[in-house]
Design a protein around this ligand. Structure first.
Ligand code: BES
Ligand code: MN
Length: 455
């Protein structure tokens, strides 16, 4: 094991150069014009898997973006680890807020800046490098490894969900390993045990059949922006609880033990507020900030459009206004049920003076890891050794909807070995990844293989 860890230390520069090549490919999954880069990136991953020594690699075509698969079989008696990650990234807008080109990675103050540096290229590359270090040092792996790297995570993993259903035998494994989440705080070894689900809706409010002069018509006909704002304002009460009837019905309450665990994490509200440059925090009454960020459901507008937004003034009553609303869900809420409750309530509170169109854009189930199994303990030991100190167990506020399919269809425990930091600006300008976490991640991964080799 010592040799593997030494080899990781000796090859840091090369790993970084190779990660940069991966980050240079603008594989934005949501933009049709990026399709060529999605293809290029899937080839990059497949080539890399071949290069590091997988004895079988394959690029599976789908209705949308390709899925990359690679495996190295060692011994039927050894456990099989399925490593999941995604090579697609979020769009880069607003581009003017980036300090450097999002697809020309730059290292500054121990961090690598680029779109995908953390989410998720940096974090999945970690596992390719640990496998490579093992093979280069020992000539064989202590476990069987399967890589599954997809290109649609940021747009809902539609193709992968179908793929898992039809490739259960290929993906058969003893444990699923995922690094696409965060450590609790700098230098704190962390295993995540929860992900929130998601229900993503669009609401469009339409008043008159065309834009109107606000002098001639204002006061006589509804303004869709005013009405949309009123609808949005009704979605929370004064305690910041979501007002949709039935919204909280299926939420599992935090047990006293879990509340105590949250308390022990010693989250600092003032530090959090200071880092975000807000005077005060805001959220559902009766819950701590950390609980609100990961164990309670939320409702938020993600964007809003309507009317005249260019420079200067134009007097107009717009005909339409719309917003996109996400609801982060927790066990046992169901996105389809929540979408129905949402739709019913919006219709109820919309006045007869406007029409409303409601669309369900996508959703995902929330997830809780079963903590009492040997793989989780092994992962906790591995990150503890690589980072130093006691491993913390935290729930994530973000979502990785495909994880539920892994758990249900492959019936394997899932390890969420997060390596990012919540301050790494994923989905934002200047996304970055701490190189210290990149290298400690590679060691964590190698140490995990070592911990489980005799299971
Ligand atoms: N890596 C994130 C999930 C995540 C977010 C983990 C924040 C930890 C903290 C993942 O790539 C992601 O962005 N997921 C989407 C899912 C959605 C598109 C269905 C999300 O959470 O918005
Ligand atoms: Mn993401």
């Amino acid at each position: 094991m010592k040799n593997v860890l030494e080899s990781i230390d000796q090859n840091k520069e090369r790993y970084l150069d190779e990660l940069k090549d991966y980050l240079r490919i603008p594989s934005i999954s949501t933009l049709p014009e990026s399709k060529q880069y999605i293809i290029k990136c899937s080839n990059f991953v497949a080539d890399e898997l071949k290069r590091i020594g997988m004895d079988k690699t394959e690029i599976f075509k789908t209705d949308n973006h390709p899925i990359v698969y690679g495996e190295k079989f060692t011994d039927a008696k050894k456990p099989t680890v399925l490593i999941y990650g995604h090579y697609d990234v979020q769009p880069v807008d607003p581009l003017e807020l980036w300090s450097s080109d999002p697809f020309d990675p730059v290292v500054k103050d121990g961090k690598i800046y680029a779109r995908g540096a953390n989410d998720n290229k940096g974090q999945n590359f970690v596992h390719m490098k640990s496998v490579e270090a093992y093979l280069n040092t020992k000539g064989e792996l202590p476990v069987n490894v399967k890589f599954l790297i997809e290109g649609e995570e940021e747009i809902g993993s539609i193709s992968l969900a179908k793929f898992i259903k039809t490739h259960k035998e290929l993906l058969k494994c003893d444990v699923v390993l995922i690094s696409d989440t965060s450590i609790y705080a700098p230098n704190v070894p962390t295993i995540n045990y929860g992900l929130r689900g998601l229900c993503y809706m669009e609401v469009e409010v339409i008043a008159a059949n065309r834009d109107l002069h606000s002098g001639s018509f204002g006061g006589g006909v509804a303004n869709p922006i005013n009405e949309l704002a009123r609808i949005i304002a009704k979605l929370h009460d004064k305690n910041f609880k979501v007002t949709i009837p039935g919204f909280y019905d299926d939420v599992i309450k935090l047990s006293a033990k879990e509340k105590e665990n949250y308390r022990k994490l010693n989250f600092s509200d003032s530090k959090f507020a200071k880092e975000l440059k807000v005077k005060e925090l805001q959220g559902e009454k009766g819950y701590s900030t950390l609980e609100r960020l990961s164990a309670r459901p939320t409702l938020d507008c993600n964007g809003i459009v309507g009317g005249f937004i260019q420079e200067g003034a134009k007097t107009v009553l717009p005909s339409k206004a719309s917003t996109k609303i996400s609801m982060r869900l927790v066990p046992n809420q169901n996105p389809d049920k929540i979408a129905k409750l949402f739709t019913k309530y919006i219709k109820e509170i919309t006045p007869n003076t406007v029409k409303v169109n409601i669309k369900n854009l996508h959703g995902g189930l929330p997830f809780l890891v079963t903590l009492d199994n040997k793989y989780i303990q092994a992962a906790a030991n591995a990150v503890s050794k690589a980072f130093g100190g006691k491993t913390m167990f935290t729930r994530e506020g973000g979502s990785i909807p495909i994880v539920v399919d892994f758990a249900n269809l492959l019936k394997a425990p899932v390890i969420l070995m997060g390596l990012g930091l919540d301050t790494d600006d994923i989905h934002s300008p200047n996304e970055h990844f701490h190189l210290s976490n990149f290298y400690r991640g590679i060691k964590s991964s190698a140490l995990l293989f070592d911990e489980i080799k005799n299971f």
